[in-house]
Write a protein that binds this ligand. Structure first.
Ligand code: 4NP
Length: 156
């Protein structure tokens, strides 16, 4: 079990939603002075080492957050011991994560939107086939979740 909170955000490709969630949460945690390990990964992880989608990078940048240095990776078994929280962006991501959860997992696995007041159990919609408005919607959602998550970790 890690000795400080460690949060892993998981979507399908690790190029749109989870890198934005990682960037928004890192910025919020720094602003709150919270010491926390932060990473993101994909259940698909088709292109390991790739950078986030240009539209995700542009959306984050508009909000003052640089996610250009993040690299795609796939979720792996050790993540379930290295992280205290594994947060899935949608229900398919959650099901896929639970499918590969090893018997000795210590991480709590749940939906990211559980940390948005009034949005528990909801998905953060995949913007991949959308446009700027869908990417902006994701940013708003992951920022709201980041705030709720910080509150929850402070109470821990
Ligand atoms: P993400 O978005 O899961 O938020 O990174 C997607 C990225 C790639 C694909 C779908 C969603 N794809 O089908 O390639």
């Amino acid at each position: 079990m890690p000795d400080r909170p460690a949060v892993l955000f998981v979507c399908l490709g690790n190029i749109c939603r989870s890198p934005m969630a990682e960037g928004a949460f890192r910025a919020a945690a720094e602003a709150a002075g919270l010491e926390v390990t932060i990473d993101s990964a994909g259940t698909g992880g088709w292109h390991p080492g790739s950078s986030p989608d240009q539209r995700a990078q542009a959306t984050a940048k508009r909000h003052g957050v640089d996610i250009s240095g993040l690299k795609v990776r796939k979720v792996r078994a050790e993540d379930f011991r290295r992280f205290t929280h594994i947060l899935a962006l949608d229900h398919a991501n959650l099901a896929d994560v639970l499918d590969i959860r090893p018997a000795d997992a210590t991480a709590q696995v749940r939906l990211l939107a559980d940390y948005i007041p009034g949005r528990a159990g909801e998905a953060i919609a995949d913007p991949y086939y959308g446009g700027p408005a869908e990417f902006e919607r994701v940013w708003v959602d992951v920022t709201a979740a980041a705030t709720g998550l910080i509150e929850a970790l402070k109470r821990r």
